[in-house]
Structure formats: C-alpha cells, structure tokens
Design a protein around this ligand. Structure first.
Ligand code: ADP
Ligand code: MG
Length: 295
C-alpha cells in the first residue's frame, strides 16, 4: 500500500489469572495470535507455580532437590538475586509469615509476640537453594510466596510473545498494579485511598510500571492498619513512609516487569532512601505525595 492508511486489527481480552484481572491489548496484524498465545502461557505459568511450590515445600528439610519448571526456576533465581541486593527486604521465603497474618483471607488477625518470634525461624532466603533447574528448602516449615514477583514474570512472558508477533502498540495489564506499555501510553496512577482520584498521570514508552501499597489488602484493628507487605526482619507489616511506591523499569532491562514487581515491594519495605543504593540502572522510583492519610 502506498500513501494509504492501514487499519491494523486490535485484540483486547481480560481473564482472571494469578489472582487478578489480566487484560491484554494488542494492535497489529498478528494481534489475535499474540493475545491467545500469551493467555495460554500465563495459565501454564500459574499451574507450574502451584505444582512446583507445593513440591518444593513438601520436600523441605529432607535434603532432596526438586526438579522444577524453567519459569519457576527463573522466578526463584531472580528473587534470590534481589534478596541479596536488597539486604533481605525482598524475600520469597516470606510464606510462613504471610500465612500467620492471613491478610486478605478470612483468617486475618494480629498474631501474638510468641507466634511472631516463632515464625521468624521459618523465614530467610538462606534456606532456599538452587542448582541446575532444581530447588531445595533446607528446613521443614519454610514456605514460599511468589505473590510479589510472579505477576511481573507473567508480564515478561506476554511482552516477549507480543514482540515475537511484531506487536508495537498495546498494553499488558495485571490488575493495574503491574503494567507494561507496548509503544507510548498515558497511564493514570490511582490514589490508593480514593479510588476515583488520580495521584498523577505518567507517560510510559516500552517500560514496566509496578505499584505496591498498603491498600490492596489490609485490615484495621485498634486503629492500626495491617497490610500485606511484610518486612522479613520483623515478620510484620512493613512500616513505610509512603502509602504506596511505584517503580518504572525500562524495557531494555532484562525481564523488566519482573524487576519492577520485585522493586516496588522491596522499596516499600526498605524505604526510598535505602533503595537508592540497590536500584539498578534503568529503574526509577515514583512516590505519590509524601502525605500519609489517616487509616
Ligand atoms: P500486589 O500483589 O498487590 O501487586 P506486591 O507486588 O507488592 O503487591 O506484592 C505483595 C505480595 O508479595 C504479598 O501479598 C505477599 O504475597 C508477598 N510479599 C509480602 N511481603 C513480601 C516481601 N517482603 N518480599 C517478597 N514478597 C512479599
Ligand atoms: Mg511486587
């Protein structure tokens, strides 16, 4: 076609996967295939996570290494790298503490000091070992929780499939808290305490955005807000100077959405000042107004 306009087909679809609403939007001649293949791979990832995490936890403490899928291996390997880098602010062995608080579940409650002291023995990335596609937990009772990284990894899967299908315009959205903009997109960042207000609008071009906050899952008891981002050092909800933290990571960074997902959680725990020391090239922190509204 010379001098004409080509109307490329757009495909948009949402599915509930990985505990959130996943919306994929692609524009391009191959958009339908890109979206279909992405959903198939994300569903497969979700199943692999469930199976592999169960297998690793069942074998915990018995000395065995468990063969796991390549995707879950990559997730755990990346998690371990950032646990070291963030001095333990991000830690996928947080599972036992997440279960104890039960935030967002019907069992949510403030644990006793004794329970908190006890659970600390079962949290620590030094218990997770990886080698040649296999994983091991060296202590029975240590639990894995990939809730702070898996959505980002799912986005990276879809992002690569979009690229292979030549998609240059689209949006990969996992529940609005983790997003990749294919091409240039304006994204509104919601005010976490007032869902119909925007904290701001940012323009993204081929980069990932992840937001972590104390508003997604929480309960209030005795005037205190207990939320779902746990400080591995205390095994209690992290005390943060901000109610939410967003991190943007450039698309040139390997697995940029996985890194953004990790970092928004890690920066929320560590605080933005400490985070400046571990922020990799291509990553930027975006803080909402520093005011902390009442619980
Ligand atoms: P969201 O899931 O709302 O996008 P995050 O990406 O910040 O938010 O992930 C929070 C989830 O990560 C928690 O619900 C829990 O499953 C897990 N998690 C909590 N604290 C930590 C931590 N310190 N390190 C790693 N994962 C964590
Ligand atoms: Mg995260």
């Amino acid at each position: 076609m010379i001098g004409g306009c080509s109307e490329l087909p757009t495909c948009t679809r949402s599915e509930i996967l990985m505990g959130t609403v996943v919306t994929l939007k692609a524009t391009g001649s191959d958009s339908q295939a890109a979206v279909n293949e992405s959903f198939r791979r994300i569903a497969e990832l979700e199943q692999n996570i469930f199976a592999d995490v169960s297998a690793i936890e069942s074998a915990a403490g018995n000395g065995d290494f468990v063969k796991i899928s390549a995707d879950v291996y990559k997730i755990l390997e990346t998690a371990q790298k950032y646990s070291v880098l963030t001095d333990g602010a991000f830690d996928v062995t947080i599972g036992a503490a997440v279960e104890l608080w039960g935030i967002g579940s019907e069992n949510q409650r403030v644990p006793s000091d004794d329970e908190l002291a006890a659970v600390k023995n079962f949290v620590g990335f030094e218990h997770l070992h990886l080698r040649d596609g296999e994983a091991q937990l060296d202590l029975r009772g240590v639990k894995l929780n990939v809730g702070g990284i898996a959505k980002g990894y799912g986005i990276d899967i879809a992002r690569k499939i979009f690229a292979a299908h030549g998609i240059r315009d689209g949006l990969i959205d996992f529940g609005t808290s983790t997003i990749f903009a294919v091409g240039r997109k304006k994204i509104g960042i919601k005010n976490p305490r007032a869902s119909n207000e925007l904290v701001g609008v940012i323009e993204l071009e081929n980069c990932a955005l992840s937001t972590s906050g104390d508003y997604e899952k929480f309960f209030v008891a005795d005037g205190r807000r207990y939320h779902h981002i746990i400080d591995p050092k205390t095994c209690a909800p992290a005390v943060s100077e901000n109610f939410s933290v967003s991190v943007v990571v450039d698309g040139d960074v390997e697995n940029c959405a996985t890194v953004a997902d990790i970092l928004s959680t890690a920066v929320f725990v560590a605080g933005s000042e400490r985070a400046e020391k571990f922020l990799p090239a291509g990553a930027e922190i975006i803080l909402p107004k520093k005011v902390r509204p009442a619980a």
